[in-house]
Design a protein around this ligand. Structure first.
Ligand SMILES: Cc1ncc(C[n+]2csc(CCOP(=O)(O)OP(=O)(O)O)c2C)c(N)n1
Ligand SMILES: [Mg+2]
Length: 570
C-alpha cells in the first residue's frame, strides 16, 4: 500500500529529514500506518520521535536545525496541537530556523464517503475556518496538501522556502481523507528543488563602501547574528584586522567575532546609556542585526554614515522597523564580506589611519577586560552570575555547545563565558521563553559527540516544560547539562517596571508578583521525569565540585544533569 502519507514521509526523507518530532492525534492514522508499513516492508522513512509537548517538539527541531543546518519536521494534532506549539513558533521564525511543521485537519466528510471520514466526536469540534491563519504571520510559507498526487511537489516547495534566505519555519496541513488516498509513487529530481542561491552586493556598491571604510576615522561593526553563517566569521575577522575596525555586538545570538580579539568591544542589551564606541564611530556597518541599538538611549553620532547589510534588511515581517542608513543591502554575509575583502586587497591603505584606529579600539578593549576580570571574582558567600559563568567556562572545553537563555543574566553570561569558537553558542533567536530544554535535546541528537550545556534562567527553565524535556532526554539518549541561574523568580518584569516607573509605587513593593520563593525543586523535576542527576548549589564552595561532577557524568554516563544554582534574589 502506498498512500499520500507514505509519499509525504518519503518526500521528507528525500529532502534530508531524519527525524519527525511528533505529538500524535486522530488526524494521524494514515501517517502511523505508513510508518508501520514501512518498517514491515523495509522502506526507509524518517524516525518518529515522541514528544509529550508540542512546544518541546518544535524547540527540539529548531535546536537540531541550528546545530546541523538541516531542517527537520514536526507533526502536531490539528488546530489544538498547532496552538500548543506556542512560543516555539515565534522563536523559530525570529531565529530564522528552517523547520517543516505538519498538522492534520478535521476530516471533510461525515458519512463514510471516503476512507478517513469522520468517526469520532472530536472531528466536529476541531473543524475551524482558518487553521493556517493561526501561524500564518510567522511562516515563510504555508499551504494545504489537497491531493496525494502532488504531495512531494508541495513538500519540496515548502522545504525550498524553509532553506532559502531568510530561512524559517513552514506549515503544511492536510485532512485525513487526503492523507489516506492511495497514489502512485512519484520520483522527483531533488537537484531541481534546491534553495535559491544567496545574494551578493552589486559590485559597483562594493567600491563605494570600501572607499568610505578607508576614509572613516573610526569605523565600527555592529552585529547580532552574522555568526550563524560560520564562514562569515572568518571574513569579518579578516576585514576588521586589516583595517582595525571595532566590533560591537547587539543582543548577540551566537559567536560573531572572537571575543579575545583586541578589536572586540562587548555587547549591547537594553542598558539606558550611550555606548562610547558607537558614539565615536563615524561609519557604522550594521551586519545581520535585528536591533543594532535602542535609539532612545543609544545611537551613532549625528552625521555618522550607516551601511546595513543583512540577510533580511527590510525586516519584512515587522510592522514598525527602521534604522536610518546610507545604503542597505540584502546579502549573504560570507559573500558580502568576501567581496569587500577582495576589493580591499587591491586598494591603497593608509597605514597611519589604521594604526590610530587600532590604538583607539585596543584601549577600549583593555579597559573592558580589566572590568570583566574584576566582576568575576568570588564575593564571599554569594554566587554571582558573573562568578558562576566564569566557573562554567573553567569546567568546559572547546567540545562544548552552549545554549543560552539567561534573560537578565544574558549579559553576564556572554561577557564571562568568553566563547570565541564559531557555532559554539546558540540562542532561541526570539523572545518566547522556554526554548533551551527542547533545543538541547535536538542539538545533542544532531551533534552526539559534543557536550551540550544550557545556561538558563529559573523562569526560562520552567517555561521549557522540563518534565517533557527530561523524559525525551532519557528516552532518546540525548543527555545535556542545564545550569539554572536561580534568582527565585522573574527579574525581567521588575527591571521593565523600574525602567518606565523608576520612582513609582511598584519600585517600593517587595513582591510585584514575579517571585518564586520558596522555589520549586527545579533539578528534582528533571530527576523525576528522566532520571537526571539533580543537585542544588547554594554556596560558592559547592560550585566547583558540582560542575566537575556534572561534566564527568556527561562524559561517562548517558545521563542529563541539572544544577540549580542559587544566585542573588531577583
Ligand atoms: C513565553 C513567555 N512568557 C512570558 C515572557 C515575559 N518574560 C520575559 S522575561 C521573563 C522572566 C524570566 O525569568 P527568568 O528566566 O528567571 O529570568 P530573570 O528575569 O530572572 O533573569 C518573563 C516572564 C516571555 N518572554 N515569554
Ligand atoms: Mg529568574
Amino acid at each position: 500500500m502506498y498512500t499520500a502519507s507514505t509519499a509525504f514521509l518519503e518526500a521528507l526523507w528525500e529532502a534530508g529529514v531524519s527525524y519527525v518530532f511528533a505529538n500524535l492525534g486522530s488526524d494521524h492514522p494514515p501517517i502511523i500506518e505508513s510508518l508501520a508499513e514501512a518498517k514491515a516492508s523495509g522502506r526507509t522513512l524518517p524516525k518518529l520521535i515522541t514528544c509529550p509537548t508540542e512546544m518541546v517538539a518544535l524547540s527540539a527541531a529548531q535546536g537540531f536545525a541550528q546545530a546541523s543546518g538541516r531542517a527537520q519536521a514536526v507533526i502536531v494534532h490539528v488546530e489544538c496541537g498547532t496552538q500548543s506549539l506556542a512560543g516555539a513558533v515565534h522563536n523559530a521564525a525570529n531565529g530564522r530556523a528552517p523547520v517543516l511543521i505538519f498538522a492534520g485537519m478535521s476530516p471533510f466528510t461525515q458519512e463514510g464517503e471516503m476512507r478517513g471520514t469522520r468517526n469520532e466526536y472530536i472531528h466536529w469540534i476541531q473543524d475551524i475556518f482558518d487553521q493556517r491563519g493561526l501561524v500564518r504571520g510567522y511562516m515563510r510559507y504555508e499551504n494545504e496538501i489537497r491531493t496525494g498526487r502532488n504531495v512531494k511537489q508541495v513538500v519540496f516547495r515548502a522545504m525550498q522556502f524553509a532553506n532559502s534566505d531568510p530561512k524559517g519555519p513552514v506549515y503544511l496541513t492536510a485532512a485525513r481523507e487526503v492523507m489516506e488516498e492511495e497514489v502512485s509513487p512519484v520520483t522527483l529530481p531533488l537537484e531541481e528543488w534546491k534553495p535559491i542561491s544567496p545574494c551578493a552586493i552589486p559590485p559597483v556598491d562594493v567600491a563605494a563602501l570600501v572607499e568610505d571604510l578607508l576614509n572613516a576615522s573610526y569605523p565600527l561593526v555592529v552585529t547580532s547574528y552574522l555568526g550563524r553563517n560560520t564562514r562569515a566569521v572568518d571574513e569579518l575577522v579578516r576585514l576588521c584586522r586589516r583595517l582595525a575596525i571595532g566590533v560591537l555586538e547587539s543582543v548577540p545570538k551566537c559567536v560573531n567575532f572572537p571575543v579575545d580579539d583586541p578589536l572586540y568591544l562587548g555587547n549591547l542589551w537594553s542598558e539606558p546609556y550611550q555606548n562610547a564606541a558607537l558614539e565615536k564611530a563615524d561609519l557604522v556597518l550594521t551586519l545581520d542585526s535585528d536591533v543594532p541599538w535602542i535609539p532612545l538611549y543609544n545611537k551613532p553620532a549625528k552625521g555618522a554614515k550607516v551601511y546595513q547589510i543583512d540577510v533580511d534588511p527590510l525586516k519584512e515581517r515587522r510592522p514598525l522597523w527602521y534604522i536610518p542608513s546610507q545604503r542597505a543591502f540584502r546579502a549573504d554575509m560570507a559573500i558580502a564580506l568576501q567581496q569587500i575583502n577582495e576589493y580591499l586587497s587591491r586598494a591603497t591603505i593608509d597605514e597611519r589611519v589604521v594604526e590610530k584606529r587600532r590604538e583607539h579600539y585596543n584601549q577600549m578593549n583593555q579597559a573592558r577586560q580589566a572590568e570583566l576580570r574584576e566582576q568575576e571574582q568570588s564575593s564571599g558567600d554569594v554566587i554571582t552570575p558573573e562568578y558562576l559563568t566564569a566557573r562554567v567556562r573553567h569546567h568546559t572545553d572547546r567540545n562544548t555547545v552552549f545554549l543560552i537563555e539567561g534573560v537578565t543574566n544574558n549579559r553576564a553570561i556572554f561577557d564571562h563565558l568568553f566563547a570565541s569558537q564559531p557555532a559554539s553558542v546558540l540562542t532561541s533567536g526570539g523572545g518566547s521563553l522556554g526554548w533551551n530544554g527542547g533545543a538541547a535535546v535536538g542539538v545533542k541528537m544532531a551533534l552526539p559527540s559534543k557536550a551540550v550545556v544550557c545556561l538558563t534562567g529559573d523562569g526560562a527553565y520552567m517555561f521549557s516544560v522540563p518534565s517533557s524535556v527530561h523524559w525525551m532526554s532519557q528516552r532518546y539518549r540525548a543527555p545535556f547539562l542545564q545550569v539554572v541561574y536561580n534568582n527565585r523568580g522573574w527579574a525581567a518584569p521588575r527591571f521593565a517596571t523600574l525602567s518606565v516607573h523608576p520612582n513609582g509605587y511598584a519600585s517600593r513593593t517587595e513582591d510585584i508578583g514575579a517571585c518564586f520563593d520558596p522555589p520549586p525543586d527545579y533539578a528534582g523535576i528533571a530527576a523525576a521525569a528522566g532520571g537526571a542527576f539533580a543537585q542544588i548549589v547554594r554556596h560558592p564552595s559547592q560550585l566547583d565540585p558540582a560542575l566537575a561532577n556534572a561534566m564527568k557524568i556527561l562524559r561517562t554516563e548517558q545521563r542529563s544533569v541539572v544544577l540549580d544554582v542559587w544566585v542573588p534574589r531577583a
